[in-house]
Design a protein around this ligand. Structure first.
Ligand SMILES: [Zn+2]
Ligand SMILES: [Zn+2]
Length: 243
């Protein structure tokens, strides 16, 4: 209900006031669904090549994509993950407002930019299904929405790939990953996810959807659970990659 009222309030505001850029707040005449002015769009921190060919972490140096030292030492259970943007500057602010300040409408600019920038990766991967990283019901109640489901919905429509909205579920609440060390992050998540309908993922290529790739522990745990349920390939996309 809260979510519906917020969406209604945003729609009314758009009717009464000209749309403004989500980043610099200047009026945008042809805002479309993006609501980001051309200057701010160009200024977004891209997570483009060269990146790790497995986890997608952007490299500082020039050159081709190649596996990073972490992925060589301990190959993750997903075949490839990519982010559209680096989690810094305006991208970090947008995601923060989206997740923590209840601005669910920011799924639109974040999702549309991700859909555009990661379209070549998705075309090369050819996943059968998109599956959002789930939230535990207690977190879902306090936030009012699962950001990965909202993004997954939009990406599913843009890429024409079915979204298995509740393909995975959280079986227990876990402390936010951001508050934990790298070691704590992987044990924190052990056994925290389950596949709801194994038949629907059996022998399929599932592409996970989340907002931010931090250490990859969440995606790795989801990928393990999906593989145990019979998935033949698991890949992942996120809006942003945190350094
Ligand atoms: Zn702007
Ligand atoms: Zn890597």
């Amino acid at each position: 209900m809260q979510h519906f009222l917020r969406t209604l309030a945003t729609a009314l505001q758009d009717l009464l006031l000209p749309p403004r850029c989500h980043i610099c707040h200047k009026p945008v005449p042809d805002a479309g669904r993006l609501h980001i002015c051309p200057d701010c769009r160009v200024g977004l921190p891209l997570a483009g090549s060269p990146v790790c060919s497995i986890c997608g972490i952007p490299f500082q140096s020039a050159g081709d994509d190649h596996p990073c030292s972490r992925c060589i030492a301990a190959p993750p259970p997903y075949t490839a993950a990519r982010a559209a943007l680096r989690y810094e500057g305006a991208c970090r602010d947008l995601i923060h407002h989206f997740k923590y300040n209840g601005k669910s409408y920011l799924r639109c600019p974040l999702g549309l930019i991700t859909a555009e920038l990661l379209a070549p990766f998705v075309a090369a991967q050819q996943p059968d299904l998109l599956v959002p990283v789930p939230l535990h019901p207690s977190r879902l109640r306090s936030r009012g929405f699962n950001q990965a489901v909202l993004l997954g919905d939009l990406l599913s429509r843009q890429w024409q790939i079915p979204l298995l909205r509740q393909g995975l579920k959280r079986t227990r609440p876990t402390p936010p990953q951001i508050e934990l060390s790298r070691e704590q992050r992987s044990t924190n998540l052990r056994g925290a996810f389950a596949v709801t309908t194994p038949d629907s993922v059996n022998n399929r290529h599932v592409m996970l959807v989340d907002d931010v790739f931090t250490t990859g522990s969440t995606l790795a745990e989801c990928a393990l659970v999906l593989q145990r349920a019979g998935c033949h390939t698991v890949s992942a996309v996120t809006v942003a990659h945190a350094p």
